[in-house]
Design a protein. Structure first.
Length: 480
């Protein structure tokens, strides 16, 4: 018996050493050095099976650090988080199937899970009626492992305060590392507007993606400050908050600045139990604005001069151009928004299909709003996630998404007022504020479909469920 125990580590070492040698040989023979990563992937899989939470924490830490890589013109991915998402989803799915009691009845029957199931089911319907089925099926598969990695996994990991705190530290710490790198690189160019995208690469595609994740993680540092009693640590956290605010300013991203303001308002609205009311009012105002713009073609009043929309290297000029509707990014948004609204009438029920906006929108564009970047070589989308939902999944898709968002905001507000535990109280507040920030940046972008911000959205969903169940279990409630 002792010999068998002693031989097991030796056997494992031999197996992994053999795999590593075989991978090196194959990499040299086929001139493909990515093959050398196979034994490390197998080792990670083995370690993950022994401790699934380790892989999940590794995924969270990798999110800000990951970068886009194109294996070919048709195949690209995010390294390493895309692989870790697949691994995390697979491990936790197998774990949940192996241990049927891992997912408690309270999780399966939670209202937020119910609403998410409806939304996901409608996405499958939209895929069936897609104008480009293969593209939509790929989207559906990617969404599945997003849910596995950022909903199923955290629901099984977030069973106590320690696990939530560890996850927050890893994610915020990783983003702080990237922020420091970006500030140093940007500082070497004098913090110029023209060089900001280069400063945040390769970790972020552009300053918009970088600033969105940066601003959404700011509330986490405020939570650390309020939950920490040590004076030295509190001063350190204040320094990090100041550094993050400076980085946010030098990101030169108008949407992120607006999100910071919206997050501050959300904090006050949650305290006054007015967040859901404000959300409903926001939706009504948005609907009224769309109807006014469409009435007698009022949107044509905002048509720009094709020759005078330019990209500015100076941020001051950029802001002035935005106000005068002469900035190319603002003008191009109008072009795509109008094209998107015109698309809706052709497919109002099921939409054109998930991830098919680029392949369908150009015939719907209005020439009066066209810009010199309307060729869209990067294949970007409509730059408004709510409009994207109705274009690609019809009015029911948008309705179910808005319903889920409203329920999440209600839970954030409800839990903050219900629980007496300071940790869960602050966690609820941070989640609500972060959700409002995500909503704000997605009014000008489509970032829920990205690994950086999309992951935060589903983590917010899992956190609300986890906090609800933990505070129910502990009977730590106030009269609501």
């Amino acid at each position: 018996m002792k010999a068998a125990v002693l031989n097991k580590p030796i056997l494992l070492f031999g197996v992994f050493a053999g795999l590593f040698l075989a991978a090196i040989t194959a990499a040299i023979l086929y001139d493909s050095y990515f093959l050398m990563g196979i034994p490390f992937g197998i080792l990670l899989l083995y370690a993950g099976w022994l401790n699934p939470s380790l892989v999940f924490y590794g995924l969270l830490f990798s999110l800000p650090l990951s970068f886009e890589y194109n294996f070919s013109s048709a195949l690209g991915t995010d390294i390493p988080d895309e692989f870790l998402m697949l691994l995390t989803s697979g491990l936790f799915l197998v774990y949940a199937l192996y241990n049927r009691k891992a997912i408690r009845h309270e999780i399966k029957t939670h209202p937020l899970i119910f609403l998410l199931t409806i939304l996901f089911s409608w996405m499958l319907v939209a895929i069936l009626f897609s104008t480009h089925p293969l593209i939509s099926v790929k989207y559906g598969l990617a969404k599945t492992w997003y849910l596995g990695a950022f909903l199923l996994a955290p629901l099984l990991v977030f069973t106590n305060k320690v696990s939530i705190r560890n996850a927050a530290r890893l994610l915020a710490g990783s983003m702080l590392l990237i922020t420091l790198i970006a500030l140093v690189r940007h500082g070497l160019t004098g913090f110029s507007f023209a060089s900001v995208n280069e400063a945040v690469s390769p970790f972020f595609r552009n300053h918009v993606n970088y600033s969105a994740m940066l601003v959404c993680l700011l509330p986490v540092w405020f939570a650390f400050y309020h939950l920490t009693k040590n004076k030295v640590q509190r001063w350190f956290i204040l320094g990090v908050i100041g550094l993050s605010l400076a980085a946010l300013f030098f990101s030169y991203a108008r949407g992120a600045w607006l999100a910071l303001l919206a997050g501050g308002m959300a904090f006050l609205l949650i305290r006054k139990r007015k967040l859901v009311n404000a959300y409903i009012l926001f939706i009504l105002l948005a609907i009224a604005a769309v109807f006014w713009l469409r009435h007698e073609n009022n949107y044509l009043r905002f048509a720009h001069n094709y020759q005078r929309t330019i990209f500015h290297k100076d941020f001051g000029d950029h802001l002035v151009a935005t106000y005068k509707l002469k900035d190319v990014s603002t003008a191009e948004r109008f072009y795509r928004w109008i094209a998107g609204v015109r698309m809706i009438s052709d497919q109002p029920l099921t939409g054109f299909g998930p991830n098919t906006f680029y392949d369908n929108y150009k015939p719907y564009g209005v020439p009066a709003f066209k810009t010199w970047v309307s060729d869209n070589p990067e294949h970007s989308t409509v730059h408004n996630y709510f409009l994207l939902m109705v274009i690609e999944q019809g009015y029911p898709g948008l309705f179910f998404f808005l319903l889920l968002l409203g329920a999440m905001l209600w839970y954030a507000q409800h839990l903050w007022h219900r629980t007496m535990d300071p940790f869960y109280k602050i966690t609820s507040m941070v989640t609500g504020v972060m959700l409002v920030m995500i909503i704000t940046v997605n009014c000008l972008s489509d970032l829920i479909e990205t690994d950086k911000v999309g992951s935060l959205f589903f983590l917010c969903l899992s956190l609300l469920i986890a906090v609800d169940l933990q505070t129910r279990k502990n009977k730590d409630v106030n009269a609501d």
